[in-house]
Design a protein around this ligand. Structure first.
Ligand code: T4K
Length: 372
């Protein structure tokens, strides 16, 4: 049986059937129905955030969230706004910026957690900068305090991409409470899923209406359109899946934590392989297992391990190679060097982790990695 980098957590079929039965009876399938609203309430409670808007995926939550915050307009007013962001992420983050006609300005990361290096941000601020969009990559939390200080000093908005950090806490506080807004992804490959889905958490109530309207074509009333929006509504069936999976969240995290512990034990003595540690002040969701492979010390490269695992039908992934600023579609934004992001992109392999990955399977994966 092949082993993939992840596998979605799912409820019992019967539980899901119970949750969707009323949808069949009501025939209200989408457009912010009662299941959507119930899921939204449950998430506000679970994530401990004041406000939250649901979307059909994390990408559109971010893309429309940027627009809703007025950054697109602000950018146009300064003849093309700039957003400081990380090149070490999934392309979605950068696409969301570019699709708002804003220019991504890439800030290097730090090797200790692969998040944006807060000490490199300020040198990138110009009079065109409108926002900072950092990513809590692999569920590692950015230096939210330093980032906020820089944003306050220069009057910038901060939107976090927390696609990997669902349910995490920093110093006991839900991770959706930092910056001006935080995007979550509920994609099937994430620690928590609603099949596809996403959300934007925020605290300024004024952000709620534009967010809500932009995901529904900008509809303000039956005959009034407030803005040029899109369609990014989460439907009732996906919301129902989210509700079922949210009930099982503690169980899922416990299972992932056990998988992580086994990897830590098995790979502990392997010189040249570093498993990025869980940060001190963070309650983790154990979303990813990124290992840094130092070929000089270990004797095999990241790509050697990737290929060796594939021979055994184990599909680890090179998240995130190439770094976004090395992609052809961002060639024109390649102004500053980001050597640490480049280094991470060629040395990191993300290993399989999910609820249901057995101890035997983790052993098999580690045996192949450790085979000299
Ligand atoms: N920001 C960041 C930092 C992100 O990482 C992402 C998404 C976003 C924003 C955007 O959020 P969303 O709009 O997606 O909500 C995957 C996911 O499609 C993507 O959501 C995710 N990041 C990215 C890191 O990974 P691929 O192309 O690697 O997915 P795929 O289809 O190769 O899936 C990986 C493995 O998972 C498969 O080999 C098998 C397994 N799998 C996958 C699916 C879809 C399953 O077992 N069942 C499934 O239903 O992008």
């Amino acid at each position: 049986m092949p082993i993939y980098v992840t596998r979605p957590s799912m409820p019992e079929l019967e539980e899901y059937m119970e949750e969707i039965r009323p949808i069949f009876e009501r025939r209200l399938l989408t457009n912010m129905g009662p299941v959507y609203k119930k899921f939204q309430r449950m998430l506000i409670e679970y994530l401990e955030v004041p406000e939250l808007s649901l979307f059909v995926n994390g990408h559109l939550a971010l893309e429309l969230g940027i627009q809703a915050m007025g950054l697109k307009k602000l950018g146009m007013a300064v003849g093309g706004g700039e957003v400081i962001t990380t090149p070490y992420t999934f392309v979605s983050t950068t696409h969301a910026i570019s699709r708002n006609n804003l220019k991504p300005v890439f800030c290097d990361i730090r090797l200790e957690d692969y998040c944006m290096d807060p000490d490199r941000i300020e040198e990138l601020v110009t009079d065109k900068t409108v926002a900072i969009i950092p990513v809590h990559v692999y569920g590692n939390i950015c230096d939210v305090d330093k980032i906020q200080k820089i944003a306050d000093k220069h009057g910038l908005k901060v939107i976090y991409d927390a696609a990997h950090a669902f349910g995490e806490k920093y110093d006991g506080k839900g991770i959706g409470n930092f910056g001006d807004a935080t995007m979550f992804s509920f994609h099937a490959t994430k620690a928590f899923n609603s099949i596809e889905g996403g959300a934007m958490a925020f605290h300024d109530k004024r952000y709620g209406i534009p967010l809500h309207e932009l995901k529904n074509f900008g509809i303000h009333g039956e005959v009034e359109i407030s803005a040029i929006g899109g369609n990014a509504k989460l439907d009732e069936f996906r919301a129902a899946m989210g509700i079922c999976n949210l009930r099982r969240m503690e169980e899922c995290i416990r299972a992932r934590k056990a998988v992580r512990k086994q990897y830590e034990e098995r790979l502990a003595g392997a010189e040249g392989i570093t498993l990025c540690p869980v940060q001190d002040r963070v309650e983790s969701n154990y979303a990813y297992i990124p290992i840094y492979v130092d070929r000089e010390v270990f004797g095999k490269s990241r790509d050697d391990l990737y290929a060796a695992l594939r021979e055994h039908e184990i599909y680890a992934r090179k998240y995130f190679y190439p770094a976004v600023n090395e992609l052809e579609c961002y060639a024109e934004c390649r102004e500053q060097e980001t050597p640490v992001a480049h280094d991470a992109s060629i040395h990191i392999l993300t290993l399989p982790i999910y609820e249901g990955l057995t101890t035997e399977e983790v052993d098999r994966i580690c045996d192949i990695i450790l085979q000299k």
